[in-house]
Write a protein that binds this ligand. Structure first.
Ligand code: NAD
Ligand code: ZN
Length: 389
């Protein structure tokens, strides 16, 4: 049967479906029947085809205090879906379209969305607290007792259906296999974008990447595509080194094997004074400072991508900064989703961008907790979780 043939009967009405709920921090997600309300103006209801697990889901799953810790909640933000129905004032999306939800907004109308200088949508990007973009704490999800369920990062893809604002949605070519496209919804785009848009790595340059999960490997893939000559990977897990070779890494450093030396000293020796670019893809302040001093005095640039708990403060040596290094952070690799995702899809279709090697596991929706175990144990890059299988 056509995947969209049942869509019309639910239009304008709530849908009952399965979702994996996070009821308490660090506890296994529970499969429950929930109600997903119809989309309001500027919103689209999506049938999720597949989703994957990013470390940011794990960080928020563990978060048990502060304004960002919310329960019950539907986590998940890397996914691909089909448009089931659209609310009022929705242009450019129609039933059956293949769409990619993106956690970082792109309203296309504010001063910053119109400028090429950043991907920080001035209208929406500062808000991490609301459930829905234009409706504050209003939720489109209810559990079987009628209690509201919190959204996560405006996506909530660990549900058979979800409602997403058009500022968080990109229509993509149906030519790309959906499981490959899902990777572009967060982690891989973040890494590739950081090398391409934020660092603007140039041909022949030297690069160090700290943390070889999907984000770090994608930063290397981005640097490889830009023609970097030397790409050094730093990780505690030696299994990541073999994988790293598929993404253009030329050298590896295991911090536990550096003896008395700091990783930054080893990298300076390997590069005759430090790398041109470094990327922090773990989310630990101590690693950020090592990544920073691994760069060359006078010109080195560090990009922070890792997301720590509770936005902890970072400390850098003032002279290390005075000596001409720069540092910046970025969400979603500096990409404007509506403009840049189609470019990455195109690179994949032209066989330039390696997406295949990121998928290490595929699971059924019922097995979603296994994906958390695998990522926590460092055994997977990305698990594709199929909703219909
Ligand atoms: P991951 O768990 O797959 O990878 C993390 C890697 O870091 C692992 O290979 C692990 O072995 C390594 N690591 C852990 N501690 C280390 C240490 N002390 N030294 C060296 N390596 C160490 O995670 P991921 O999904 O690739 O995400 C990486 C980070 O990026 C997370 O903090 C995540 O929240 C963040 N993230 C940020 C954005 C953004 O927009 N900035 C987007 C997606 C993910
Ligand atoms: Zn993510």
């Amino acid at each position: 049967m056509d995947k969209t043939s049942s869509f019309s009967i639910h239009k304008g009405k709530p849908i009952r479906c399965k979702a994996a709920l996070c009821r308490k921090a660090r506890e296994a997600l529970v499969m429950e029947e929930i109600q997903v309300d119809p989309p309001q103006a500027y919103e689209v209801r999506i049938k999720i085809i597949c989703t994957s697990l990013c470390h940011t889901d794990v960080t928020f799953w563990k978060l048990d205090s502060g304004p960002l810790a919310r329960f019950p909640r539907i986590l998940g933000h890397e996914s691909v879906g089909l448009v089931e129905s659209v609310g009022e004032h929705v242009d450019g999306f129609k039933q059956g379209d293949v769409v990619l939800p993106v956690f970082h907004p792109n309203c296309e109308e504010c001063k910053d969305c119109k400028s090429s200088k950043s991907n920080w949508c001035a209208r929406y990007a500062n808000d991490f607290i609301s459930n829905t973009r234009r409706y504050g704490m209003a939720s489109r999800f209810k559990d079987s007792t009628g209690e509201d369920i919190h959204h996560f990062l405006f996506v909530s893809s660990f549900s058979e259906y979800t409602v997403v604002d058009i500022a968080h949605l990109v229509k993509i070519s149906p030519d790309i296999p959906v499981q490959k496209a899902a990777l572009l919804s967060c982690g891989v785009s973040t890494g590739v974008g950081a090398a391409w848009k934020v660092a603007n790595v140039e041909e022949g340059s030297t690069v160090a990447v700290f943390g070889l999960g999907a984000v770090g490997l994608a930063a290397a893939e981005g640097a490889r595509l830009r023609g970097a000559a030397k790409i050094i990977g730093v990780d505690l897990n030696p299994d990541k080194f073999e994988l790293g070779k598929k993404f253009g890494f030329t050298d590896f450093v295991n911090p536990t094997l550096c003896g008395e030396k700091k990783v930054s000293e080893v990298i300076k020796e390997m590069t005759g004074g430090g790398v041109d670019y470094s990327f922090e893809c773990v989310g630990l302040p101590s690693i950020l400072s090592e990544a920073f001093i691994s760069t060359r005095t006078g010109s080195g640039k560090t990009v922070m991508l890792g997301m720590g708990k509770h936005a902890a403060p970072i400390s850098l040596g003032s002279f290390d900064l005075l000596s001409g290094r720069t540092i910046c952070g970025s969400l979603f690799g500096g990409l404007k989703s509506k403009l840049d995702i189609p470019v990455l899809v195109d690179h994949y279709l032209k066989k330039e961008l390696n997406l295949d090697s990121f998928i290490t596991h595929e699971l059924k929706f019922q097995e979603i907790n296994k994906a958390f175990e695998l990522l926590e144990e460092g055994k997977t890059l990305r698990c594709i979780i199929w909703m219909d299988k």
